[in-house]
Design a protein. Structure first.
Lengths: 122, 170, 111
């Protein structure tokens, strides 16, 4: 059963990745910029990873799973901002990335306190 | 007072790196903000400023600890990626207990973070008074505290003892 | 030349990000998922940011990318540790194949 599921998942995942690398669904987001093709494919792969995280947020049996997945999503968004800043040559995307990283860290800590069932004052 | 000066210098460096434009307006605002931060935080972050005066500690941190950490991180990621991509999912998880000789909070924090980033292990809880760490291990090899300590913390502990503890100064 | 090296770093980062998110889906309980996803996604994002630094070069954006590496590498293990401890204390069960749980044993000894 597990082997069957692994095979199916591997086939689907490899097919999607080959499709993304070989022929992205909508070609370049940033047609005039350098590295446009590479950045478009990288963005599609990051969105695929984010979809996997969203699956865990939707399904996650416990609240801890969801909090963890949201934290990981924040780190992925930092990566997306960095890739977009490569394509557009704008430095303020990195500012967004830094702010998002710190913000998601603080949010994860607050949620962890909440899950632990303690008050906020220790 | 010393810890505030250290904090002021650190925050000024971070500010200059973030703004990255050398003119007097940025610098004046940066100095004001750094003074504010240093006055507000006080000795919250830098508890033992006299440790910052030994160059040997910087040397060990930069040239022994950081390369080791980087190498272990890369190994950890290849290990986890292989485990995840393997059809049989070869995991044998468990929470084990290890004892550390480190006592300072900074040292224990660095040890815990290093353990989280190295192959197959993750810190669940730290007890600072007795130096006990509870480690979630994805492929348990031994449940005995001494052997687990040697397997998990054996590489980092001597270096961190040299960097963060007061007694081991040459 | 240096652009190519940067793109190679970004590619490594993409691979590890994808592997970490796959681990998030495949592994059985919260603690194992935290292990895989924290390690892989942290290294993946740091690698992408380092590639950004190599491509943009030493200017405002590049230095900010380096600072962002430091922030991510410092905060992500701490967040993983906080979530793991909170979920253990909040009573999330470990996977049924778990070998040993010293933490629960010690806590029962205290109580």
């Amino acid at each position: 059963m597990r082997a069957l599921r692994w095979t199916l998942g591997a086939i689907v995942l490899i097919a999607v990745i080959v499709l993304i690398i070989h022929r992205p669904p909508a070609m370049p987001f940033f047609p005039d910029m350098p590295f446009a093709g590479f950045v478009t494919r990288a963005l599609y792969i990051l969105v695929l990873a984010a979809l996997l995280v969203l699956f865990r947020i939707r399904k996650g049996p416990t609240a801890a799973d969801r909090v963890m997945a949201i934290d990981i999503l924040g780190v992925l968004i930092v990566g997306i901002c960095a890739v977009v800043s490569i394509a557009t040559q704008r430095s303020w995307y990195i500012d967004i990335a830094i702010a998002w990283a710190l913000q998601s860290f603080i949010g994860a800590l607050a949620f962890a306190k909440y899950l632990e069932g303690r008050s906020f004052d220790d | 007072m010393k810890s505030r000066i250290v904090l002021f210098i650190v925050s000024l460096i971070v500010w200059s790196a973030l703004s990255w434009a050398v003119d007097w307006q940025h610098l004046v605002i940066g100095v004001l903000v750094s003074v504010l931060v240093a006055a507000a935080a006080g000795d919250l972050f830098v508890r033992r400023p006299h440790l910052l005066r030994h160059p040997a500690r910087y040397f060990y941190f930069l040239f022994a600890y950081l390369p080791l950490l980087l190498w272990e991180i890369v190994r950890a990621n290849l290990d986890v990626a292989m485990r995840v991509l393997n059809p049989a999912l070869p995991i044998r998880p468990g929470i084990v207990k290890i004892r550390s000789k480190l006592r300072s909070e900074t040292g224990l924090t660095f040890l815990a973070n290093s353990i989280t980033l190295t192959p197959g292990t993750m810190t669940v809880d730290v007890d600072a008074e007795s130096g006990t760490l509870y480690i979630h291990w994805i492929a348990v090899r031994s449940t005995d505290p001494e052997e687990a300590t040697k397997a998990i913390a054996g590489r980092f502990e001597p270096l961190l003892l040299k960097i963060f503890e007061e007694d081991v100064v040459e | 030349m240096i652009d190519t090296v940067g793109l190679v770093f970004v590619g490594f980062g993409l691979f590890f990000d994808l592997a970490g998110c796959l681990g998030l889906v495949r592994l059985p309980d919260v603690y194992n998922r935290l292990q895989a996803s924290t390690k892989c996604v942290t290294l993946g994002t740091c690698s992408i940011l380092f590639g950004t630094f190599l491509i943009t070069g030493i200017n405002g954006a590049g230095i900010k990318a380096l600072l962002c590496i430091v922030f991510v590498a410092l905060t992500s293990p701490v967040a993983a540790h906080a979530i793991a401890r909170a979920s253990h204390r909040g009573g999330v069960k470990l996977w049924k194949g778990t070998v040993v749980d010293r933490y629960a044993e010690d806590q029962e000894g205290e109580a």
